[in-house]
Design a protein around this ligand. Structure first.
Ligand code: FAD
Length: 447
């Protein structure tokens, strides 16, 4: 019977195990997870802190016991420390018993995710936390409750920092947001992001831009601009680094930043070794360019692809990513897809900008929605799109994502038939209008 070893037991690892078991009732599956928990919803962690997810255990999708019932072995506190693809073995450290052993595999699936970064000034600071696991969640909640925290500092205004700021405010905690950059939330165009500051101010968040924490002493943090702020709790959300150190010497190819290179079946360069999740480099769907996207959709899709591949069906492929993403920030929703702004520089394009009401303008609750599309000059391909508003953003970004994936151009958006009734849209919806504007611009370019 073929033996599968999975490294990492959260989104990518647990999903691949579940898919594989569904397809193949016989195959021998072992998950090694170096942490305490498996198969929980990382994405929901901030919302439990804010109280929107009432029970912590609602975040847990499966446990070692529930996997055992499906004949999947889960070893928690077991870290894979080395991989030998030529002999098809991994070296495993049983952390609790300080014991190391080798385990053989026919198929190895790597889903080690990323480590949250921490700035040097926060290392060894007892009230400094990251939020990347259930263990982190428990530590943060315990700190809030034991120290009766009423003020907190959030470091970083990426999506995890912003979600944390929002949820701490919901919990009644006063927040200072410290961000090294001059602008909040880099994935969004600076000229579209004015509302962030207004929204932060109106929610009482104290924002410190263009500065960072350089020292923490007791409950006081000193910023690089010399300012001192109260910091009885600090939560950093400043990105991740792929956890691929243990692959050193394995011959498995990593890119310059340490992400595992995979093909359309999730295979690495070594036979029998697959990779999934935040630690992999894959390709954009709509342009021929490598990308790594640390989001859940790709992990779930690749889990499906790999499990089919191992079960003998190589017809299912990973067709690449658009990086489609959305965040809620108090009353606003912000969604983007496609190339980043810097990457766009390599593609001749024009911009279509359109703002209109999300539903019939005469409806008393209609609100503006802003769509921007970056369109390839030669072929009309939507290279990047951004949607911002307070309602209906999710619908528009998902339509755009599906449209691009199925080969639709910006001009084709004029032809998207929308479900119209005044409470939902307009007969000429915001996306139709982007299409009409793209047609006009394209005509002018090629006149
Ligand atoms: P992870 O889920 O991080 O799991 C990796 C596991 O591997 C870890 O448990 C780790 O301990 C283990 N591991 C690592 N190395 C080893 C080793 N050598 N041996 C054994 N075990 C090892 N995505 C979205 O799409 N939308 C969202 O709204 C969203 N919100 C998020 C909010 C937060 C707070 C966080 C942290 C993430 C969020 N994400 C979101 C990202 C999403 O959770 C990740 O894309 C997804 O979890 C990636 O799955 P993964 O399996 O690659 O990594």
């Amino acid at each position: 019977m073929a033996k599968v070893i999975i490294v990492g037991g959260v989104a990518g690892g647990a999903t691949t195990a579940a898919q594989l078991r569904r397809i193949d009732p016989e195959i021998d599956i072992t998950i090694y997870e170096k942490g305490r928990d498996i198969s929980y919803g990382n994405c929901g962690l901030p919302y439990h802190i804010g109280g929107e997810v009432a029970e912590r255990d609602q975040l847990v999708a499966a446990t070692p016991e529930s996997f055992a019932e499906r004949d999947v072995t889960v070893e928690i506190f077991h870290e894979v420390t080395a991989v030998d693809p030529d002999n098809r073995t991994v070296q495993v450290k049983d952390i609790r018993n300080d014991r190391t052993f080798d385990a053989a595999y026919d198929y190895l699936i790597l889903s080690p995710g990323g480590s949250p970064r921490l700035i040097p000034a926060l290392l060894d600071v007892p009230q400094a936390f990251v939020l990347h696991s259930l263990e982190h969640l428990d530590e943060i909640k315990a700190h809030i409750e034991e120290k009766n925290i009423t003020r907190a500092v959030v470091v970083g205004a990426g999506y995890i920092g912003l979600e944390m700021a929002e949820n701490l405010v919901h919990r009644g905690i006063e927040v200072t947001l410290v961000h090294r950059d001059t602008e909040i939330y880099r994935p969004l165009e600076s000229d579209m992001s004015d509302f962030f500051m207004e929204e932060l101010k109106s929610r009482g968040v104290d924002v410190k831009l263009d500065t960072e924490i350089v020292e923490v002493s007791g409950d006081t943090a000193t910023l690089s601009n010399g300012e001192k702020i109260e910091a009885p709790m600090i939560i950093a959300g400043i990105g991740i680094t792929p956890r691929t150190d243990f692959l050193e010497g394995s011959g498995i190819i990593l890119n310059d930043e340490g992400y595992i290179c995979t093909d359309k079946h999730g295979c690495t360069n070594k036979e029998g070794v697959y990779a999934v999740g935040d630690a992999i480099e894959t390709n954009y769907h709509h342009v021929d360019r490598p990308v790594h996207v640390a989001l859940a959709w790709g992990a779930h899709r690749m889990a499906y692809v790999i499990s089919n591949q191992i079960s003998g069906d190589s017809s299912v492929c990973f067709e690449g990513l658009l990086g489609t993403n959305i965040i809620r920030f108090f009353d606003y929703d912000i969604a983007t897809l496609g190339l980043t702004e810097p990457e766009l520089a390599d593609y001749p394009h024009f911009v279509v900008d359109h703002r209109q009401k999300n539903k019939a303008g005469y409806m008393s609750d209609s609100v503006p929605i802003h769509v921007r599309a970056y369109v390839g000059k030669d072929d009309g391909k939507i290279l990047r799109a951004v949607v911002v508003g307070t309602e209906g953003v999710d619908k528009r970004i998902d339509i755009l994502s599906a449209h691009i994936r199925l080969g639709g151009t910006a001009m084709d958006l004029a032809n998207i038939e929308v479900a119209y009734s005044p409470p939902y849209s307009s007969p000429k919806s915001v996306l139709n209008m982007v299409g009409y504007k793209a047609i006009e611009k394209m005509k002018k370019i090629h006149e």
